[in-house]
Design a protein around this ligand. Structure first.
Ligand SMILES: [Mn+2]
Length: 345
């Protein structure tokens, strides 16, 4: 179904398919703090390998609970500790741009004898023994749909739903710029194969925990605009998390509300993680205009990321961080050329 040309034009599909056919035991994993594409892709690969008669386990590093919006997914077999027999298993990594995203513990790559790496991040480091990276795919789920076709995997309702979760979340419910005709056709195909659109909507988008809602309220209350409305900055302090009993992952997605403000070119969310064993403050940056590269600001403070989404950690105060990002924003504006971009009226 989805576009067989992709698989035909890219020899890496064939290379991965060959390894899947030739190997019997797998460990499927994805990046820590997983999103819908990560979890949907991991589950889909696990189910596909089972269908092919393989011995397969799913593994996710860390011990933080899965985000509440993905708890409806059938991930009961997910392991949070590496199985003892890693040395006999091929690691099948999905949606992981680099090896460090597999978790803070590098042990996994030392233990497994072979690594397959399937992803869609343009900056994927190709850390696998065999790599399949398709940067123009909307999601890793979309890459997998083509791979499964090549492998002869039948798209069961369970696999269809896992892939649908991957596509719908990574495209921002089919609204982000990566929403291609192919992604839409794939979604239609997956619905035909049994993906339950409404169930996924309720599970992912209408299962917001009350504490998360209250945390969002705090961030909206603290939001301020600067530079004539071009920059929106907010923060979540220790007390904000503790007052509403929210763990740090609940701050995920809040910056999207700041980014949506009319006229905002850049949005900034500064948070003080409730766990005090890490950096004092983490800063997320988002650009809403192409001319602005927020990763340049993040790199100046030891962080990194993409042009449109980046972040860094800091020991400075909320006020000092605000001053820093505003200074850097002004600097980028004045150096962005003819003034039609960021500098223009
Ligand atoms: Mn993804």
């Amino acid at each position: 179904m989805s576009s067989p040309q992709t698989a035909q034009q890219n020899p890496d599909f064939e290379a991965i398919a060959e390894e899947v056919h030739g190997r019997d035991r797998f460990l499927v994993s994805t990046h820590e703090n997983p999103d819908g594409d990560a979890l949907g892709s991991m589950l889909a690969v696990h189910l596909a390998l089972e269908q092919l008669g393989k011995d397969t386990e799913m593994y996710l590093s860390g011990d933080s609970p899965l985000p509440s919006e993905y708890r409806f997914m059938p991930l009961g077999g997910l392991r949070r500790a590496l199985p003892d027999d890693c040395g006999d298993r091929t690691l099948f990594a999905v949606d992981c741009a680099n090896e460090s995203r597999l978790g803070p513990d590098p042990e996994i790559l030392a233990q497994v004898p072979f690594v397959l790496n399937v992803d869609h991040h343009h900056d994927n480091t190709r850390f696998g023994n065999v790599n399949l990276v398709v940067p123009d795919a909307s999601s890793t789920g979309e890459v997998l749909a083509d791979l499964f076709e090549l492998l002869g995997v039948e798209i069961s309702p369970e696999i269809a739903e896992a892939l649908y979760i991957a596509v719908v979340t990574d495209t921002g419910r089919f609204q982000y710029t990566n929403t291609s005709p192919k992604a839409m056709r794939l979604a239609a195909f997956l619905i035909e194969r049994g993906a339950d659109v409404h169930k996924v909507f309720q599970g992912v988008y209408e299962s917001v925990e009350f504490a998360k809602l209250k945390l969002l309220a705090r961030a909206l209350e603290h939001a301020q605009v600067y530079e004539g409305g071009r920059v929106v900055v907010s923060y979540l302090a220790h007390d904000d998390f503790s007052d509403v009993s929210a763990p740090e992952p609940y701050a995920e997605g809040i910056i999207d509300y700041l980014r949506a403000v009319q006229g905002a070119d850049m949005s900034v969310l500064i948070r003080e993680p409730p766990r005090r064993d890490g950096p004092a403050r983490r800063v997320s940056l988002r650009a809403s205009v192409d001319e602005l590269d927020v990763s340049a600001i993040a790199r100046k403070s030891g962080g990194g990321g993409h042009r449109q989404a980046a972040g860094f950690s800091s020991e400075r105060s909320i006020g000092e961080i605000t001053d820093f990002v505003l200074d850097e924003f002004r600097r980028l504006r004045t150096t962005s050329g003819n003034g039609t971009g960021l500098g223009g009226a």
